[in-house]
Every structure is written in C-alpha cells, then in structure tokens.
Design a protein around this ligand. Sequence first.
Ligand code: ATP
Length: 263
Amino acid sequence: MGLDLSAAGVTPKAAVLKRASVRFGQFTAIEDLSLEIEAGAFYSVLGPSGCGKSTLLRLVSDLVPAASGSVEVLGKTVEEARLAREFAFVFQDATLLPWRSALKNVELPLEIGRSRGIRPPSGGRSPRELLELVGLKGREDALPHELSGGMRQRVAIARALVCQPRILLMDEPFGALDEITRDHLNLQLLNIWQETGVTVLFVTHSIPEAVFLGQKVLMLKARPGRLKEVVDIDLPYPRLIRDRESPEFIRYASRLRDILEQC
Ligand SMILES: Nc1ncnc2c1ncn2[C@@H]1O[C@H](COP(=O)(O)OP(=O)(O)OP(=O)(O)O)[C@@H](O)[C@H]1O
C-alpha cells in the first residue's frame, strides 16, 4: 500500500516519476524520466513525434508498466490510483457509443462503476450539470451523429469528469478540430480546470496551444524519450485568445520552438 499522505493533511504530488523507463521489447520508449507533477496544475506536454508523450500518459495511468524506476500517483501506486479511479482519459477521437444519447454517454462510467459495486462519488456534478459545464445544455438527448466534432469532444470531456477524477489525461483532444472550435474548447477547458481543480496533462503538437493552456510545458525529446526541459509559462489566468498576440506570448512560443529544434 502507498502511504496515505492526504490523511496526514499533506497534499501529495499528482505524480512522482523517479528514473522511470518504458520498454516495448528491445525498444526504449521512455528512459530515465524523473518528474514531479504538482496537484491541481495544468501541464502541456510537447515534443517531436514518437518522443513518448502518449506513453507518458499511459505510464501514469497504469496502462503500461515501468520497466525500471518508479511511478507514484497521488501518493499511491499506479495500480491503486487506477482502482480508485483517480484519473480519466480524453483522446483525439471522442469514442462515444453511437446508440446512446449525449447524456447516456456521460452516465456510462457511473453505470459501469455500479455494475462493479462501486458507489458514485458524492458531492460532484451530475451528468446533466457536466453537460451544462461543457456548454451542451439542451443537447442531452442528441445522439453522437447529431453533434459536431467539437460537441462530441465536449461530451467526452463531461464523461471523463463524471467520476470526479483528480487527474485528467488528455491526448491531443482537439487535434482533429478546426481552429475556431479549438480556440473555443481551449477557453472552455481552462474554465473547467479552474472550476474543478483537476490536474491536467495535455498532450499537443501545437506550440501556441501548449503556451495558451499550460502553467508549465513538459518538453520531451526523442530516441529515446527523455525529459528535455520544463518551461514555466508565467502568464496570468484567465487567458484570452487575443493574448496570443502579446509580446510575452510570442516570446514563450519562440522559446519552445527553439527547444523543440534541439529535441
Ligand atoms: N505498444 C507499443 N509497441 C511498440 N512500440 C510502441 C508501442 N507504443 C508506442 N511505441 C513506440 O514508442 C515510441 C513513443 O510512442 P508514443 O506514442 O508515446 O509517442 P508520441 O510522442 O505520443 O508520438 P506522436 O506525437 O506521433 O503521437 C514510438 O516510437 C512508438 O512507435
């Protein structure tokens, strides 16, 4: 059992990786990654294709094991954290069940939990309230094919939040959306983050998106996947789309581009 630090009044880190490596057969996808993820913070994850961004999310969520080193999530082992449903995923594809309405899709994790005898967490937002939080009030009964791509992603975000995860793992969730929809969802995601206090790990290929969202940007380098740098983004929240034209924003973007070129 991991040590329950919260019982002692200490807020544990969202995740602590110590010299963690992931191997697929002979191939090393992540090597010697040491990192502390602060609880409640928003991290963007950026790096060249194949540097291990998705693998990092899978490592933290117990989908792939560490071949060496250690990973702790909220003061627990990754397995304990998974069983306690401490994290939830949002992928590029919303992966909604096509025959279920938006509301029924959001309710699904609760139903699955109940079928396994897990009581829904108390005090959280209901599926209806979550749909309202993501801006889909009035569309509860719509089927996925009746919603736009951006709306489907919002349903996926509401579904991810329904079991009140403490960590939200987002793997290029807006990568397939047009720029206007993406901007809109970026703003909405920041609202949700601030309202819920959830820790976010957000993988993106977009430098402006990484700067716009993150308090910190984890920069990974490839072959093998290693931590290159953690860049603090000292821009205040709430952030506005037009802030992306500010000299500070442009300076951060250009710094990240320089680092990426060395990855
Ligand atoms: N299940 C697997 N079996 C074998 N190799 C894998 C597996 N999963 C990932 N890899 C390899 O590990 C490396 C890292 O993959 P990962 O998907 O984490 O990269 P990424 O940074 O998310 O890439 P992209 O930006 O292109 O999505 C890649 O070289 C990939 O081919």
